[in-house]
Ligand binder design. Structure first.
Ligand SMILES: NC(=O)c1ccc[n+]([C@@H]2O[C@H](COP(=O)([O-])OP(=O)(O)OC[C@H]3O[C@@H](n4cnc5c(N)ncnc54)[C@H](OP(=O)(O)O)[C@@H]3O)[C@@H](O)[C@H]2O)c1
Length: 262
């Protein structure tokens, strides 16, 4: 169970791939057996991500800094990215815990897992410009397309369906997932907050990739990554932030989300 997992820090490695040719009937049988075994596998049996370098595009902002701080504090190697390398280096020095700063391109190039934490306005342009650097990388989109007017926050409707689906369209050679939408950047950055009491809804097309993202979320004390479907269901997860902003304004809180009975 994930609570035990978080408490004891025990996460096990995934099995390695079988390299037999797909045309071999024995291989197909093995693949079917493996697929069944994967379905039966404990969903909390997550891979070890501690050796992966995590990059944060837009890492000089509140969300990026907060995630960088929490992950680096948990022992993850983190590089924050910016449109200007010097801004990232200054922010990295402030964060400590071995965080490094670079321009967004170098951040993407040097990282295994790349969190996209730029504003919705700059989302498409940023990703288009980094397509090559992000090839083959596990991308985690946490962008919430929101508008604000005198009634408060409201969800925008991206043409592709969601920010995450836009990322998947723009980055066909990357492994795009979506997570970390519902976090409070204030709590993430607060050194007096020792646990972030929230679940993280993780979406993506590949179970291996969503497992990695769940494991990454689980590195942060108090946080739990929960699989929440494919990218076509990212819109409502991104949109929920408009509701959380209303909650926070009314109750002067930093509300998170907990999923019960899992
Ligand atoms: N804040 C939260 O609590 C929170 C929680 C969950 C998710 N998110 C999501 O995380 C993302 C970042 O939020 P934030 O509050 O950290 O935003 P932010 O501070 O406004 O922006 C983050 C960074 O992105 C860069 N940036 C600004 N405009 C840009 C543009 N047009 N193109 C490319 N880069 C640009 C800036 O870094 P440089 O100038 O150094 O390049 C900035 O420091 C948003 O999409 C938001 O929906 C935020």
């Amino acid at each position: 169970m994930i609570r035990g997992l978080a408490a004891h820090g025990t996460i096990t490695a995934m099995t390695t791939a079988d390299h037999a040719p797909a045309s071999d009937p024995a291989f197909s049988e093995n693949a079917a057996t493996r697929a069944k075994a994967a379905l039966k596998r404990d969903p909390w049996d997550l891979p070890d991500v501690s050796g992966h370098v995590v990059g944060v595009l837009g890492g000089t902002g509140d969300q990026g800094r907060g995630l960088a701080y929490r992950l680096a504090k948990a022992g993850q190697k983190v590089i924050i990215g910016s449109r200007a390398a010097d801004r990232a280096q200054t922010a990295a020095a402030e964060l400590g815990h071995g965080v490094e700063g670079a321009d967004n391109a170098e951040c993407a190039r040097r990282s295994d897992i790349v969190i996209v934490a730029v504003p919705w306005d700059g989302h498409a342009k940023t990703l288009e410009s980094l397509r090559e650097e992000l090839t083959g990388k596990l991308v985690i989109d946490c962008v919430n397309p929101l508008g604000f007017d005198k009634k408060g926050a409201y969800a925008l409707k991206p043409e592709e369906g969601s920010a995450a689906e836009q990322a998947a369209v723009l980055l066909p050679e990357s492994r795009v997932t979506a997570a970390f939408h519902h976090l409070s950047a204030v709590l993430l950055q607060d050194p007096d907050t020792h646990e972030i009491d929230t679940d993280v809804m993780v979406l993506g097309e590949s179970r291996a990739d969503t497992d990695l993202v769940q494991a990454l979320a689980g590195r942060i004390p108090g946080m739990r990554g929960v699989f929440a479907g494919r990218l076509r269901n990212a819109h409502q997860v991104e949109s929920l932030v408009a509701n959380l902003i209303s909650v926070n304004r009314r109750y002067k809180a930093h509300a998170g989300v907990r999923l019960t009975d899992v």
